[in-house]
Design a protein around this ligand. Structure first.
Ligand code: OSB
Ligand code: MG
Length: 375
């Protein structure tokens, strides 16, 4: 596959409602859309680095720099026989997983289209529908939270995740359990706690939570093993897992019993598949996390979540849960039974709405093989 042209777009999309976590409140989401053209086909990917370095050290600006100055020059104008060859061409670049994952996603779409198969098929997916959940930000009151949860359950969502932070935690869990004794419920702390809060997590052990996501340090694996030892509820790691090696360390140390896979956090679908397969071999369930993606990133997430060991409902919700209008057609919807259909058309299986994409683009740059850079 001759890589002829690559385009980056910095996009900014307004969320339908502010999203509050222990990291702060987001009103809109900034990401990078990557377009790769070669031999008459077009591939699309999304880099989930955000406007702020609060979830990850990466930002739209660092990802743009790494893409423009290192990743794109390593493949532009080259004839690449497979995605593994593209990855090998930039293997000297350390870290910057979100930058890498955005480019890799576009390449997967491009190769799937040129091979006339869906991305799900190409990744090894085995499902035509996936179970989906919803991630709810910290609410101003218990009543507000209950109202939100009721609404999402009525839409069919199979699992509720609530964000927690010190002072906004056990009271929400207790209230939800009282109101909804049987729902699949989990919490996500985004690294807001320390080992000294162990008493709080022991209290949470009484509420039949599916899992507790990333309670401790964002790079930590060791302290999580000390916490997991004291709890019945499985810990699930998100922020701490950047690679198969991190996954192996976390599982060997019993730091967690569930893994959240986000391709953006681990450098792409290739590493995600390695983590998925390793977890399957260790009987560790995985689920697909989310980064408030547009439909372009979401399409890739849905395809990846169709692999067999994604046995828990993911943070993959309907387009309208995030944005008034998505940048793909058709938009992603949740079926009444809490599933989402896995696209079956070629590649990511949805069309990019160019008018909408144009509207949300704040910066665009095209890289061509002859001129190296233009516009
Ligand atoms: O920790 O899972 C997280 C969104 C942005 C950054 C981090 C996280 C999240 C979410 C939202 O929880 C998941 C979604 O896309 O629905
Ligand atoms: Mg998380």
């Amino acid at each position: 596959m001759k890589i002829e042209k690559i385009e980056l777009r910095h996009i900014k999309m307004e969320l339908v409602s502010p999203f509050t976590t222990s990291m702060g409140t987001e009103y809109d989401e900034e990401h990078i859309i990557v377009r790769v053209d070669g031999e008459g086909s077009t591939g699309w990917g999304e880099s989930v680095a955000e406007g702020t370095p609060f979830y990850s050290y990466e930002t739209v600006t660092t990802a743009w720099h790494i893409l423009q100055d290192f990743l794109i020059p390593s493949i532009l104008g080259k004839d690449i026989s497979g995605i593994d060859k593209a990855i090998a061409s930039y293997e000297k670049v350390r870290g910057h997983m979100m930058a890498k994952a955005g480019l890799e996603a576009a390449l997967w779409d491009l190769f799937a289209k040129s091979e006339n198969i869906s991305l799900s098929k190409m990744l090894g997916g085995t499902r035509d529908k996936i179970d989906v959940g919803v991630s709810i930000g910290i609410q101003s009151s218990v009543a507000e939270l209950i109202k939100k949860v009721e609404g999402y359950l009525a839409e069919g969502y199979k699992r509720i995740k609530i964000k927690i932070s010190p002072g906004n935690d056990i009271q929400f869990v207790q209230a939800l359990r009282k109101e909804f004794p049987n729902i699949l419920l989990q919490v996500d702390a985004n690294s807001a706690y320390e080992l000294k809060h162990i008493g709080l997590f022991k209290q949470m052990d009484d509420y039949n939570l599916l899992l507790i996501e990333q309670p401790l340090g964002y790079e930590d694996i060791y302290d999580h093993s000390k916490l997991q030892r004291e709890l019945k509820t499985p810990i699930c790691l998100d922020e701490s897992i950047h690679s198969l090696d991190d996954t192996r360390a976390a599982i060997e140390l019993d730091s967690c019993r569930v893994i959240n896979i986000k391709p953006g956090r681990v450098g792409g679908f290739t590493e995600s598949k390695l983590i998925h397969d390793y977890c399957a071999s260790k009987k560790i369930p995985v689920w697909h996390g989310g980064m408030l993606e547009s439909g372009i990133g979401r399409a890739g997430n849905v395809a990846l979540a169709s692999l067999p060991n994604f046995t828990l409902p993911g943070d993959i919700s309907a387009s309208k849960r995030y944005y008034k209008q998505d940048i793909v057609e058709p938009e992603f919807i949740v079926n009444k039974d809490g599933t989402m259909d896995v696209p079956t058309l070629l590649g990511i299986g949805v069309e990019v709405n160019m008018g909408m994409l144009e509207k949300v683009t704040v910066k665009r740059k095209v890289f061509t093989w002859r001129s190296r850079t233009t516009s």
